[in-house]
Design a protein around this ligand. Sequence first.
Ligand SMILES: [Zn+2]
Length: 339
Amino acid sequence: MAAVEELSRAAALHRDALVWDSHACMPLHPDADLGALARHRAAGVDFVSINVGMDMNPLAQILTTIASFRAQLERRADLFVAVGDARDVERAKALGKLAVAFDLEGGVPLCERPEMVRLFYDLGVRQIHLAYNRNNSIGGGCYDDDVPLSALGRHIVRAINDAGMLMDCSHTGYRTSMDIMAASRAPVIFSHANPRALADNGRNIRDDQIDACVATGGVVCVNGVGRFLGDPEARTEAIVRHVDYLVQRVGALHVGLGIDYEYDQGLNDTPPGLDRAHWWPPAHGYGPEGARIRIAAPEQFPEITAGLLDLGYREAAVRSILGANMLRLARQVWRPRAG
Ligand SMILES: [Zn+2]
């Protein structure tokens, strides 16, 4: 009986709370079917940010993907709300639909032009990090020499602040991330990165990066990739353990979720001639070409809610972690639409 009550309490809280997934991946291909995101909605997720490009993707691939995704969000208004500002997320929640925004993984698609930030904002991008695993002209990636944010990078951070886009430090090198967090005028997030104290991978972040993020008013969102959880099976217990580490360190108001689920639809979205070992170095645990690693599934979202309640978390803290923290940042950072 007690177990049944616990279960229904978790289910009721999960249904009522705003649930925000800070990062998921569709194939970067105009033929990708966003309808698959119904799995996110069925798992009680109200908002998801989907990737539209990384540093290694040609601009033509990124733009055709964005065009397709925008068209699909419009066409499937029964399922989706395309996000302009934070109010759209609340509207989606009230209507039982999934709010969708885009994110860019790396600053190369900006073509070294700060004004490109605003163009991507107008196309629906609401979150960006500046380097994907490797160094570029803006700054350092997490699997490369540890370089500072460049002079160009400083201009781009300013442009991101001015545009009202969320500044993200996932995949970024240590020094560059610390420079970004010192330079940004707005809260900075880690949309999908885990504490290195629990899993030693270069993609995970040190305690002082976590503290610096929180000092900006930001949020660290836990990633569901087995390799970064230190659990090849990507079990919910591991996600909850990472959440709890962060909560113990910085409090429940600065922790969120960015599970990083990859929808595989059998489409080839690999740019011709891509050097996989350069972007995903085997020395950091990446398998041979095509090797699949386990990533937590959207269906694990309700289990996260139950797991946090099991740890004795108060409902208010669970709501913060599930989505209220990220909604607070969206209200603070994204430019409200007129009207
Ligand atoms: Zn990523």
